[in-house]
Ligand binder design. Structure first.
Ligand SMILES: *[C@@H]1O[C@H](CO)[C@@H](O)[C@H](O)[C@H]1NC(C)=O
Ligand SMILES: *[C@@H]1O[C@H](CO)[C@@H](O)[C@H](O)[C@H]1NC(C)=O
Ligand SMILES: *[C@@H]1O[C@H](CO)[C@@H](O)[C@H](O)[C@H]1NC(C)=O
Ligand SMILES: *[C@@H]1O[C@H](CO)[C@@H](O)[C@H](O)[C@H]1NC(C)=O
Ligand SMILES: *[C@@H]1O[C@H](CO)[C@@H](O)[C@H](O)[C@H]1NC(C)=O
Ligand SMILES: *[C@@H]1O[C@H](CO)[C@@H](O)[C@H](O)[C@H]1NC(C)=O
Length: 490
């Protein structure tokens, strides 16, 4: 049974989603995505922090129930005469309510303060004494209810980065109890005040200790959870994203920002993507009142393009078309007479490969990509595959990104296509004559294949157990920003 789970998860949200950076945007609402600070930046807004705080307080403090408190035992002097051996046992926190809480971001750390906390404890008591006058043991027992009002619980944490991971340390953790009321169930009235006087201090200390040590325990678990968050998250079987944290999170007056590297990497260890130029500060979600702002540089998309290209994942062999007759030399006998002459009525295949990474740009209108692909026309002559010509295609596509689940996804549309004959063993033929056919091929076959991948998308740096909700994507030069709420769900 892990009572601290919700507590941990909440703190994770608080400390942002596993991985990120984004420096000075807090004050001026702008991002500075760069090689030093990472190409994806996550900012948790005031609304996000308040959501985290509510989760933290509601779930974490409730998760302290029932909390056992160690037994207490002492000799109590009643009316200056009797020395009772008194014991409190089976003490547990039965209920906690937290009417008010706040989170304060400061230079020294992140403080969470719960105030006007009410705590109800139940426990059992017993006593016994011997007197010289009466040579027997006198004893009694019963239950006690302790009500604590106006308790304050405060914790100050420091969130830092080491070796590409976040870690968390407790700077301070304390409680303060104002009023404590003790009701005994049973027991003689003469016993009551002596008991209260004797045990009140101990009960206070025991509650304070129990609550603070439980919270510290939780922070240690959360810290190890943060440090063990994966630095690479697989996108599919071949490609991963590098979610290395770049710097200590930036704690501003009203938000926390974390930058992660964010680039795509292959699963093979020695391949590295090229670093592209740094980016200018850009837009932010200001005014959209969402919990999280995840800024994504176009470098991230270009690293995806580079990795997918270098891994040979942007190659397709097309042997089926909506109009299948186009894949037979007979259909081409008038346009490319030599093809038909050399290979009459043979089937054809199209070997399409992207040999240099597509160039992806983000503008305020959306995402644009220029893809240069070679289309080799293969003729199937018996068992032989004979490449007969190669057409270079320059495909311009545009599209918009969206969010589905916790992934950012996309959809591309063909904008423009230009063709050039690269080489041919079947004589020259004019691109004008094949333009319409190739355009249909790109639109109806190639882009749908690419869109299958884009529709799966890639993960946003959101911790498990949190779901993105009501996400909007906004665009600017060189970057896009996902403005979103999150919902905690176990
Ligand atoms: C704790 O107190 C709240 C509010 O007074 C109440 O709704 C809840 O049922 C109580 N829980 C327990 C375990 O007594
Ligand atoms: C604690 O117990 C008192 C008296 O039984 C009750 O009025 C109060 O609501 C309880 N507080 C919580 C937090 O359950
Ligand atoms: C730093 O991270 C790398 C990769 O995750 C790991 O192999 C290495 O042991 C870590 N070093 C320290 C000092 O934690
Ligand atoms: C991930 O990014 C960090 C920081 O830029 C870098 O040191 C590390 O080598 C990268 N990992 C891979 C697998 O590229
Ligand atoms: C497709 O063409 C590439 C060269 O562009 C070649 O390496 C690859 O083997 C070809 N694939 C098939 C199935 O013919
Ligand atoms: C399409 O590409 C051709 C050749 O590069 C160019 O002349 C034309 O302006 C482009 N059209 C659009 C709409 O971009």
């Amino acid at each position: 049974m892990d009572l601290l789970q919700p507590f941990l998860v909440t703190l994770i949200l608080l400390f942002a989603v596993n991985l990120y950076e984004c420096r000075p945007r807090i004050s001026d609402g702008s991002l500075n995505l760069s090689e030093e600070e990472g190409f994806i930046g996550v900012t948790i807004s005031e609304k996000g922090l308040n959501y985290a705080r509510d989760l933290l307080v509601d779930q974490a403090l409730q998760s302290l129930v029932p909390l056992r408190i160690p037994d207490m035992q002492k000799t109590v002097k009643i009316r200056y005469i009797l020395d009772l051996k008194a014991k409190l046992y089976d003490a547990r926190i039965a209920n906690i309510s937290v009417p008010a809480s706040k989170i304060i971001l400061g230079k020294t750390g992140i403080s969470i303060i719960a105030s006007q906390v009410q705590v109800n404890l139940s426990m059992k008591w017993k006593y016994s004494y011997k007197t010289g006058l009466i040579p027997i043991t006198v004893s009694d027992k019963g239950r006690a209810f302790v009500q604590i009002e106006g308790m304050e619980v405060g914790i100050t944490l420091k969130l830092d980065e080491q070796n590409g991971s976040l870690y968390l340390i407790t700077m301070e953790c304390g409680t303060y109890l104002k009023d404590i009321t003790i009701d005994l169930d049973g027991g003689a009235s003469w016993f009551y005040q002596g008991f209260v006087d004797a045990f009140e201090g101990e009960i206070r200390a025991a509650v304070e200790n129990a609550v603070t040590s439980k919270i510290k325990e939780g922070i240690i678990k959360l810290d190890s959870l943060l440090q063990n968050l994966p630095k690479e998250i697989g996108v599919d079987g071949n490609v991963a994203m590098n979610f290395t944290v770049m710097q200590a999170p930036d704690v501003g007056p009203k938000s926390i920002s974390i930058g992660v590297e964010g680039l795509f990497v292959t699963m093979t260890p020695d391949f590295r993507v090229h670093r592209l130029s740094n980016l200018q500060p850009g837009i932010s979600c200001s005014g959209s009142s969402k919990m999280l702002e995840i800024a994504l540089s176009d470098t991230v998309l270009n690293s995806a393009a580079e990795v997918y290209t270098n891994e040979g994942l942007l190659n397709w062999l097309v042997d089926k078309l909506p109009e299948q007759s186009l894949l037979n030399t007979a259909s081409w006998r008038f346009i490319i007479p030599k093809l038909y002459k050399m290979y009459p009525n043979d089937d054809m295949k199209l070997n399409i490969s992207v040999s240099s990474p597509p160039i992806i740009t983000i503008t305020s209108e959306g995402v644009e990509a220029v893809v240069i692909a070679d289309m080799i026309i293969d003729v199937m002559d018996g068992d032989d595959t004979i490449p007969v010509a190669c057409v270079s295609m320059t495909i311009s596509a545009n599209g918009l990104m969206d969010v589905s689940g916790n992934n950012i996804i996309g959809a591309a549309n063909l904008q423009n296509l230009s063709l050039k004959l690269k080489w041919s063993n079947v004589g020259d033929f004019h691109m004008r004559f094949i333009q319409a056919v190739v355009q249909t091929l790109v639109k109806d076959v190639l882009l749908p294949l690419i869109n299958v991948q884009l529709k799966k998308g890639f993960p946003l740096p959101i911790i498990r157990n949190f779901r993105v909700q009501n996400a909007d994507v906004i665009y600017d030069e060189s970057q896009l920003v996902v403005c979103t709420d999150v919902q905690y769900a176990i």
